[in-house]
Design a protein around this ligand. Structure first.
Ligand SMILES: *Cc1c(COP(=O)(O)O)cnc(C)c1O
Length: 440
């Protein structure tokens, strides 16, 4: 694959012109870059206005689909025109609104529709899932997470351990990375479970680790966790909409995610949860609310909670319709593009970025994300070789020149080409800006 890459604008433009997904970029609002004075004019991305930024931050906040504004306005109109009747009337009655995203959500994570629900936000869903799936005992009190987990995940598991009266000092087990770049081998997971497995109630790992960009094998980890008698859940914040997932086949007990990253559903978007079918009707302990009550009898308003079978049964409240609109619009874009085609482009695009760094910028940057494309998604975490101060300076230079990535202490820039709206020419613009900076 790499033999066919070239570090020049004609090549990048030709690749962009031949990209079967190229039209999707026009469905997004690309943030303008005020006072854009670089990269040099001959390397400016294909067809872009001088004021378009080169946006590589879809792993943090995905871009706004143009169709969102009208779709939100339509619901505002229904509210104005129908009042409470909007629950039952309009094109998409609010009563059933979360069901209108269900099939597309299930397709994206590789689940059956009854196994997924759009609700709350990631952190809330993680707690709700742990209420059901983290049932510690004296013999088996522990949770296994990766060292350097995202703060929410760490705080959530730690507070759950305390809530159940156990001590995180012994009941929070952190999987230590064992590879030079700070990534973790399958053997390290096996060793951790061989050592601690009999004490572990819950294995809770990421689909894609946010800092390193490493992708984990959900099916293998689930099989391993189950072999040791543990529940297994995944945080898919950086995996959903990025990698094709097969959650049902992975056998995972549960998963949670947010929708504002690769799923482009807006700041603070409604998140999601997966509960495997085998738990659909299980009498698991849970925190209940009226929207989780069996839909057919919900409005009898009886005192006894009867959960809807499947993931829907974990809902608490009637959903925020205005916040679900961008998710619905965005999932419709994913349906048309297809995860298979998106992943095929993503492999090429991220492969090109990696090739540029390795062949043009090896004196400045070093990729810490795994080189095997099967062990990563769109994101490359790129270490600035000269350390933190020079790294901050480079990051500042890129931002000033309208190349938007994000910074992770102490010395890493995360760059995530998103196949729905990024181009080969964007990757080239990044490389040329870094080159300019290193010469200056
Ligand atoms: C983005 C992200 C979160 C954010 O959680 P919210 O509840 O949506 O604020 C949590 N965990 C991981 C791993 C993330 O990447």
């Amino acid at each position: 694959m790499s033999a066919s890459f070239e570090a020049n604008l004609d090549w990048a433009r030709a690749r962009d012109a031949a990209d079967p997904l190229r039209a999707f970029r026009d469905e997004f609002l690309i943030p303008p870059h005020e006072g854009h004075d670089g990269p040099p004019s001959d390397s400016r991305p294909l067809d872009s206005q001088p004021l378009d930024s080169v946006y590589f931050c879809g792993n943090s906040l995905g871009l706004q689909p143009r169709a969102v504004r009208d779709a939100v306005n339509a619901e505002l109109d229904y509210w104005g025109e129908l009042g409470v009747e909007g629950h039952f009337k309009g094109r998409l009655p609010w009563m059933d609104y979360h069901e209108f995203v269900r099939d597309d959500l299930a397709a994206i994570v590789g689940a059956q529709p009854s196994e997924v629900v759009a609700m709350n936000t990631l952190g809330v869903n993680l707690h709700l899932m742990m209420v059901s799936f983290y049932r510690p005992t004296k013999e088996r009190p522990a949770i296994l997470i990766e060292a350097g987990a995202f703060p929410t995940d760490r705080y959530a598991v730690e507070s759950q351990i305390r809530f159940h009266g156990f001590d995180p000092a012994s009941a929070l087990i952190e999987l230590q990375p064992d590879e030079p770049n700070g990534t973790t081998s399958p053997a390290a997971i096996e060793r951790a479970l061989a050592e601690h497995g009999s004490r572990v109630a819950l294995v809770m790992l990421p689909g894609v680790q946010y800092r390193t960009g490493q992708a984990f094998d959900l099916k293998a980890i689930t099989a391993l966790g189950h072999k040791h008698g543990c529940m297994v859940g995944f945080d898919l914040a950086h995996a959903v909409g990025n990698l094709p997932l097969q959650l049902h086949d992975s056998g995972a007990d549960f998963a949670i995610w947010c929708s504002y990253k690769y799923l482009n559903s807006g700041p603070g978007a409604v998140g999601g949860a997966f509960v495997h079918e085998r738990h659909a009707k299980a009498a698991l302990p849970r925190f209940a609310g009226w929207w989780g009550h069996d839909k057919t009898t919900r409005f009898q308003m009886g005192p006894e909670f009867v959960p809807t079978a499947g993931a829907d049964g974990w809902q608490l409240s009637n959903p925020p319709i205005l916040a679900l609109v961008p998710l619905r619009v965005s999932l419709e874009i994913f349906r048309r593009a297809g995860m298979t085609a998106l992943r095929a482009k993503s492999l090429q695009l991220t492969g090109y970025l990696e090739w540029l760094v390795q062949t043009q910028l090896a004196d400045v940057l070093q990729v810490v994300t795994p080189t095997d494309p099967q062990h990563r998604g769109a994101q490359l975490s790129i270490r600035v070789i000269e350390g933190r101060d020079r790294g901050r300076a480079l990051f500042g230079y890129l931002m000033e020149h309208g190349i938007i990535g994000d910074w992770r202490e102490p010395d890493v820039i995360r760059i995530s080409p998103a196949p729905l709206y990024n181009r080969f020419a964007d990757c080239l613009a990044f490389a040329e800006a870094v080159r300019e900076w290193s010469r200056g």
